[in-house]
Design a protein around this ligand. Structure first.
Ligand code: 0RA
Length: 650
């Protein structure tokens, strides 16, 4: 039987049965990553992935996702509908098997169904197990079938509840509040993933609707994502806040050695490299064999072109791989039947057979482009040469810094007030806005485990500066030296040596105003571009100083927003007879004395730290380029809108 026939003859038996659901509820993090916001949103991706698979199989072109009033989620597709016939082995409906048996759903039978989607590839049964309620509705064969579940257990057998000419699958689930830390969905987080999926799977319309919000006419905010150009448009989207070096997007789509490969690339005038690599729609930010293939194809083709053109002849310096990627924005997407994921976060592709096809694809598309576009080709090679010169200058600057450090006894920055504890896991460093707040923090801290490092005003915007400027910058040098991580070595300029890291909590503490947010963003941009590992390992935090102090007599309390403030005022008024409640608005850290700063912002017992994480790598790059653009209002709006979603760590 050919695989085509098998697909047509799909029967309920093909669904492989592996495990029960109890395990999922006992160890949810093992299946969906975590039980925080990430895991919560992952449930949606898991359900949508099934619909995407149906679309990739050629039977579905529209997916609708809604966030309902009660923060339940509905996903509707117009595919064939999950089969409902009896499963001969299990003696129940295939729908029930798909919804209740771990790893069922046909996905694991690669002959019958497409590549596995979600990162954890656990299937919709896992979502069911983690939902206090789930309704599955299937339209096929003229009928509407339905089954409901509570924490994964069916409430009744699959039944027919109506007739329909349409086909498709509809799943509504409400995440179990006893499992998740938070059950409130963030529209922008889901939107970023739906946008990404639309680019990665051209031709599918994905709509996202937020039913928690209605206007006077009862309409809800709805966004529709559809990409005709696929990765070609994705690259344009990623670069929309940057200045283009070449107007075109260089593009390839096809199959090489049986592996579907889609690649797009363009150059902008910035100094950052932005390559997003995907396997089966998953962002593999640790890279892997497909990324190696891309780099190999790029380096070989450009090097050959540059040499043949004679432009390199008068250059004395050696060009290396990095130089070809400065200002490059690229997206690589491959579909692999049995992906091997490796690395710390299991986002590194290990399949060796993928390198050559990607490298071939890149060489083909790029050499064709360079041949046909001599003007653009010249611009690219000139940029590469510039990058090589800058890299040499940066190396000199770096060596200077390191030599100076050695001369100075490899000492720590003078402005650093270090802690006495030596175990990095127990140590914290506060990067504090301004010398005066830094002084207060030094008085207020617990010097046993808290180090303080004041930063002077706005640090360099690394998004716009060349590397050697960055390594020469005094504040940035201080950050590097204080943290103990060495400035990258020649071979691998961006890899950090985390073993040398001196603090496992790196806390940014700025004023709670627009300038403070700006400085915060500048520091985060630096960490994101030059020390991403610190974010990926969960070492970066943001302190949250209070906005108000409400005081009556000797009793003082703090508020972080207007609601809290008003409640405190009312409580205090209620508690006494006079109207002698005093409200103080803190504009900056400097307005607090050492004791207040300790109590509200630095004491681990009472402070709130927001941990910085990366939810969506492609979107993150786009947002940083937007935040660091010249326009202040979008940045401010973004920060205000998103602050409340930050993860809280007591
Ligand atoms: C297995 C076989 C068939 C459809 C599906 C799975 C399917 C699963 C999901 C999950 C969400 N939407 C879906 N749509 C389809 C096809 C069986 C047939 O009609 O021959």
């Amino acid at each position: 039987m050919s695989s085509e026939e098998r697909k047509d003859n799909y029967s309920a038996d093909n669904i492989q049965v592996l495990e029960g659901l109890e395990a999922v509820r006992k160890r949810p993090a093992m299946y969906i990553g975590d039980i925080g916001l990430k895991g919560l949103h992952h449930l949606v991706y898991e359900v949508v992935d099934n619909s995407i698979d149906e679309a990739l199989a050629g039977y579905c072109d529209a997916i609708h996702v809604s966030i309902n009033v009660d923060n339940s989620i509905t996903v509707i597709d117009n595919g064939r509908g999950i089969p409902t016939a009896m499963h001969s082995k299990e003696k129940k409906s295939a729908l029930e098997v798909v919804m209740t048996v771990l790893h069922a759903g046909g996905k694991f039978d690669k002959d019958t169904y497409k590549v596995s989607g979600g990162l954890h590839g656990v299937g919709v049964s896992c979502v069911n197990a983690l939902s206090q309620h789930l309704v599955a509705t299937v339209r096929r064969e003229g009928k509407v079938f339905q089954q409901e579940y509570s924490i994964g257990k069916p409430l009744y057998d699959v039944k027919v509840v109506g007739e329909s000419e349409e086909t498709g699958t509809e799943v509504t689930f409400k995440p179990d509040a006893s499992i998740f830390e938070s059950t409130e969905y963030n529209f922008d987080t889901l939107a970023a993933r739906m946008r990404e999926l639309a680019f990665l799977n051209k031709g599918i319309t994905i709509t996202l609707e937020d039913k928690r919000i209605s206007d006077e006419d009862g309409n809800h905010p709805t966004t529709r994502y559809f990409s005709e150009g696929g990765l070609r448009e994705f690259a344009q989207y990623l670069d929309r806040n940057r200045e283009a070096l070449i107007q075109d997007v260089i593009y390839f789509e096809g199959e090489r050695e049986g592996i579907p490969v889609e690649v797009s690339m363009t150059y902008n005038t910035s100094y950052t490299e932005n390559i997003q690599a995907y396997v089966n729609n998953i962002n593999t930010h640790e890279g892997g064999t497909h990324l190696s293939g891309f780099r190999r194809g790029l380096t070989n083709t450009l090097k050959k072109y540059a040499t043949d053109s004679g432009m390199l002849a008068k250059e004395k310096i050696e060009i290396d791989g990095d130089d070809f990627r400065e200002g490059l924005t690229a997206v690589v997407s491959v579909k692999v039947a049995e992906p091997q994921f490796e690395g710390q976060t299991k986002t590194k592709l290990g399949n060796r057979e993928v390198t050559a096809p990607v490298s071939q694809a890149v060489s083909e598309m790029l050499s064709a482009y360079l041949e046909e576009h001599p003007t653009e080709a010249r611009l690219i090679v000139e940029k590469v040469i510039l990058a090589a010169r800058a890299r040499h200058a940066a190396r000199k600057a770096r060596e200077m810094v390191q030599r100076k450090n050695i001369l100075a006894g490899g000492g720590l920055p003078g402005k650093l007030a270090d802690c006495s504890e030596k175990d990095p896991a127990a140590c914290e460093i506060y990067f504090v806005e301004g010398d005066s707040a830094g002084g207060t923090a030094k008085q207020g801290r617990d010097r046993h485990f808290q180090a303080i490092m004041p930063l002077r005003g706005k640090i360099l915007n690394v998004e716009k500066a060349m590397q050697h400027k960055i390594f020469e910058n005094e504040e940035i040098k201080n950050i590097y030296t204080a943290l103990g991580v060495r400035i990258g070595t020649e071979e691998d300029s961006k890899a950090l040596n985390l073993e040398k890291l001196r603090y496992h909590k790196i806390i940014i503490m700025c004023d709670a105003d627009v300038d403070g947010s700006h400085i915060e963003t500048l520091i985060l941009t630096f960490f994101f571009r030059y020390m991403k590992e610190l974010i990926e390992n969960g070492y970066i935090y943001i302190a949250t100083p209070p906005l108000y102090q409400v005081k009556k007599g000797a009793k003082a309390e703090y508020a972080w927003n207007e609601d809290q403030r008003d409640r405190l005022i009312n409580d205090m008024k209620g508690a006494g007879s006079e109207s002698s409640v005093n409200v103080q608005r803190y504009k900056g850290l400097g307005e607090m004395n050492a004791e207040q700063l300790w109590e509200t912002t630095m004491n681990p017992e009472s402070r709130t730290l927001r941990q910085v994480t990366i939810e969506n790598a492609a979107e993150c790059d786009q947002i940083f380029s937007m935040l660091m653009g010249d326009d202040v209002p979008p940045r401010r709006e973004f920060i205000e809108k998103n602050a409340k979603y930050a993860k809280i760590d007591a």
